[in-house]
Design a protein around this ligand. Sequence first.
Ligand code: GUN
Ligand code: ZN
Length: 442
Amino acid sequence: MTDTFPFAVERALRGRVLSFQADPRLVGGAASHRYWEDGLVLVAGGRIVAVSEAAALLRRLPPDVAIDDHRGRLILPGFIDTHIHYPQTRVIASYGAQLLEWLQKYTFVEEQKLRQQGHAEYVARFFFDELLRQGTTTAVVYCSVHPQSVEAFFAESERRGTRMIAGKVMMDRNAPEALTDTAASGYEESRGLLQKWHGRGRQLYAITPRFAITSTPEQLEASGALVHEFPDAYVQTHLGENLAEIALVKELFPAAKTYTGVYERYGLLGPRSIFGHCIYLEDSEVAALADSGSIAAFCPTSNLFLGSGLFDMRRLHQHGVRVGVATDVGGGTSYSMLQTANEAYKVLQMQGQSWPALQAFYMMTRGNAAVLGLDDRIGRLEEGFEADIIVLDARATPAMAHRMECIDGDLAEELFLLMTLGDDRCVAETYVAGRPVKPKAV
Ligand code: GUN
Ligand code: ZN
């Protein structure tokens, strides 16, 4: 009799297992990850209970355990997206406008429709299907101004078993009447939603003043009060994305020295605060973000699509700002973190900056988990971690299979191919809490 496990293994995934141990930027590529050419990941109760060489674990596995055979394919932690808008699934690919016009012309029109709970539920279902199809298992999500959009979102997340961070957008000016709350109602509604959802199962709440243009000083102050009251909740907003936006912020807050200074004044900076874009920042703003441990979300497809500008990752890293990567759908043009990495690489190339594939995959998994303070739970394939796992196939399309013919076992080259040509077709399976959930293609 072989020795068995002290837990009832529910599922085993066999394949080429890759999990990051440290940031390749700091420790170099070789020391950054663990890799098993023929590995096995064992799952029980929604968690990973063992990861190792298949040969060693198979000997101990009870014969009735289902083995998902992904041999030849890569098994990684699910992708994490640090900035995305779920009410914008039908805004994606809207033609010909930069940020402020794009918001008025397309986004604010579509977001009004989430007032209807049934519509919000429909959009939430689509959104989760799409994220899971793309291998994204955790995201930091803007809902609309309507509390029911948040209810619909978290209810759907709970149903899917996903770990999500989301919040009600607060806007009390410079938006259509039907999309605005007030400083008081935004505070009360956010507080109620936060108390209901933050820490309920896998759900986490983000206090979400949309950006300084659509919030009065009173609303930013109320947001700061929420942060003070609930220090373990997240904060998300937008910062330094577009030159016209920045000029308008200066007009609206004439006393503030910088855009970041507006948020700082209201106590909105901190290690759980995620600032979308961060393209145009003065040195003092970079220092303020670094000193507070705030997170900059790099949204390359959005920054290109909306003509916003080029995110300077090297500068932010050099000054100690924590950086995450994100899609920013619907300003962003793809739900795929692989395609997001593809565009990120090009944005960095335009500035003479390199972004090795190991660095990219680190950031999309463990790195994004780390900036969110969740790297004790997600973003790694290790014992005790939540079993959010994806399986990637670098031969999923003819062009990729053809290119793979001359990639002879070099992991970094394979990852680079995946992030350059890959998309949902390369995601062979997505597991949430150990269950396979990738929707079938339409
Ligand atoms: N700034 C304020 N709102 C938004 C939004 O919805 N998308 C983007 N890209 N920037 C914003
Ligand atoms: Zn955004």
